[in-house]
Design a protein around this ligand. Structure first.
Ligand code: ATP
Ligand code: MG
Length: 556
């Protein structure tokens, strides 16, 4: 699906590590990566970065890429999330072929491994509760205190561990801990917890288990079982690597290499799943796929393309240090991609009626579908006596530098004629309701019969041939650059992040538009037919992104 990028084999430090491993034949020349989401929320743009990194490596080195659900916590995980994640990874183009795995399918194997560690005298059942474990962990300057249960015999530990599994004990009353080193400078090595008692049904395993493995215990085993070579994760796991290694070394089983990279943080965006869940649950947005969300499903609904998201991931690259990436880089990538593929149409968001006093009849005018891609051809647009133009393209008392329509002034209608404003019609409140204009028949676009020049060109839609649409304009969801860093982050939500326009008038060709179709409304931006609110009798558009360069600026 995505092209092979062999020349990019040196494109980041992870590629260098893999090249080195291939030279030394570390994994018998294999490259096998994975994307291991926990199914406790929808995927976001940070996950996309991880998918493209892991999938891209597998693709570039002729390796394999697994999708694996890290479903070890029964309390927060749901099938809905599993389904959405599969859909999103596929949509992004992360090709896992038939390799979709669930960590919960390895619970039996993990249990056996735990028994093995107990038999080696390297794990013990501890009766301290969560508070007591926390209090005996020590500090940065002081070692932790050894648990009074640390010296239990192997037999006693095995007996208790089986009884934990069999449901004899209550939640939190016992844990299985690795026996490592309570005075290690690395907290993660101070006898970390491997299993907790949680009497809770699992979304795939039902009530089979009441003990569940911790992330640190489970993750390396999952990688090992699947034969992963390079286990790529974000920087916060750097301090967990010694533990990842310790478990695999002490079990003496196949040992992948953990490598850390900096997670993506985007300006004006929150990325924590906990916060995204809160936005959904408390109805700040209309769901995980709200077009203002940084989720893959939100971006899809908004009209972003997988290619644009992948290009963005390429532009920002992979680093070893955390940073805040400017969201305008993402918007640039979207615009750049849509510019090449989106059909142009004319759509008037805030209509103002125009009547051409000296025009009678009906013409089919030629309009170019995409000046960036002439193979896209052209279409016919109906021109009639009554038209709509954008309210903002007329000023009764023009400010300096306003080159569009003014009383007595002239402007070009895109693909059509130059018109002149002869008369303004107002209602009883003084609101402009209509403009009476004349058109110059000598100035038809492309006819070359007139040398008349005007400074402005504006878009329009026939008042007899159009479709009505609802148009949703989006702004950033947050007013501050780094909302995740603000304690009362909900207060930084932008109250104007969604503006709904109910009676936009769009070229009638869009009668045939289907959910998910993308267009450029000339001068107004890129738009996508909304998949949630569009129905048989209602057409709803999301503005994907604004235009930086409108053709009117170029074609003056
Ligand atoms: P949490 O730990 O809060 O549940 P998470 O975002 O870490 O959330 P996971 O499901 O554990 O969620 O993430 C799956 C994979 O995606 C992990 O390998 C993780 O490192 C990677 N990942 C998550 N967030 C980002 C991000 N912002 N940038 C890059 N990679 C990310
Ligand atoms: Mg995580």
């Amino acid at each position: 699906m995505l092209e092979n990028n062999t020349e990019n084999k040196f494109k980041n430090f992870i590629y260098e590590i893999i090249n080195e491993d291939l030279k030394t034949n570390k994994f018998d020349g294999r490259v096998h990566t994975r994307f291991p989401p926990e199914p406790n929320g929808y995927l976001h743009i940070g996950h996309a970065k991880s998918i493209y990194l892991n999938y891209g490596i597998a693709r570039d080195f002729n390796g394999k890429f697994n999708l694996r659900f890290d479903d070890t916590n029964p309390e927060k995980e749901e099938q809905e999330y599993v389904d959405s994640i599969v859909e999103d990874v596929k949509w992004l183009g992360g090709d896992f072929e038939d390799r979709i795995f669930f960590a919960s399918d390895y619970f039996d194997k993990m249990f056996e491994y735990a028994v093995e560690l107990i038999k080696k005298g390297k794990a013990y059942v501890c009766d301290l509760n969560a508070d007591e474990i926390r209090m005996t962990r020590g500090t940065l300057t002081e070692p932790g205190k050894e648990s009074p249960f640390r010296s239990r015999t192997i037999e006693e530990n095995l007996d208790l561990f089986y009884r934990m599994k069999n449901g004899e004990f209550s939640n939190g009353s016992k844990t299985l801990r690795a026996k490592i080193d309570m005075s290690s400078p690395n907290f993660n090595m101070r006898d970390p917890i491997m299993y907790r008692i949680v009497h809770e049904a699992h979304h795939r395993q039902g009530n089979k288990w009441c003990i569940y493995p911790t992330y640190d215990w489970a993750h390396g085993l999952e990688d090992s079982i699947e034969g992963i070579t390079h286990s790529i994760c974000t920087l916060e796991f750097e301090n967990h690597r010694p533990l990842y290694d310790w478990f695999l070394d002490n079990l003496e089983i196949y040992h992948p290499q953990q490598i850390e990279f900096a997670r993506l943080n985007l300006s004006y965006t929150v990325m924590s799943k906990r916060k995204l869940l809160q936005l959904v649950k408390e109805n700040y947005v209309d769901g995980w796929d709200d077009p203002r969300m940084p989720t893959i499903s939100g971006y899809r609904r908004r009209g972003y393309t997988p290619e644009a998201i992948r290009n963005f991931a390429e532009i920002i690259g992979v680093a070893k240090r955390d940073a805040l990436t400017d969201i305008s880089l993402l918007e640039f990538a979207i615009r750049d991609n849509l510019n090449k593929k989106a059909q142009r149409v004319m759509g008037v968001l805030r209509p103002l009626k125009i009547i051409l006093l000296n025009y009678e009849g009906l013409e089919d005018l030629d309009a170019i579908n995409n000046p960036e891609d002439l193979t896209a051809g052209s279409r016919k647009v109906k021109f009639t006596k009554e038209l709509y133009i954008e309210k903002t393209d007329f000023m009764e008392n023009p400010i300096k530098g306003f080159h569009r329509l003014i009383p007595g002034g002239e402007v070009r209608l895109r693909y059509a004629y130059i018109i002149k404003c002869e008369e303004i019609v107002k209602d009883e409140n003084g609101e402009i309701v209509e403009l009476r204009c004349s058109y110059d028949p000598e100035t038809k676009s492309g006819s070359g019969t007139s040398t008349k020049k005007v400074k402005g060109t504006i878009h329009w839609v026939s008042a007899n041939y159009f479709v009505d649409a609802e148009v949703r304009l989006y702004d950033r969801l947050f007013n501050v650059e780094n909302p995740g860093a603000v304690e009362n982050w909900l207060e930084t939500i932008n109250p104007d992040s969604l503006q709904i326009i109910r009676n936009a008038k769009i070229e009638s060709i869009l009668n045939e538009a289907r959910k998910g179709d993308r267009f450029q409304f000339e001068r107004n931006g890129y738009f996508c037919v909304d998949s949630k609110f569009t129905s048989d009798d209602k057409l709803v558009f999301n503005r994907t992104v604004t235009l930086k360069d409108s053709w009117s600026a170029k074609n003056k």
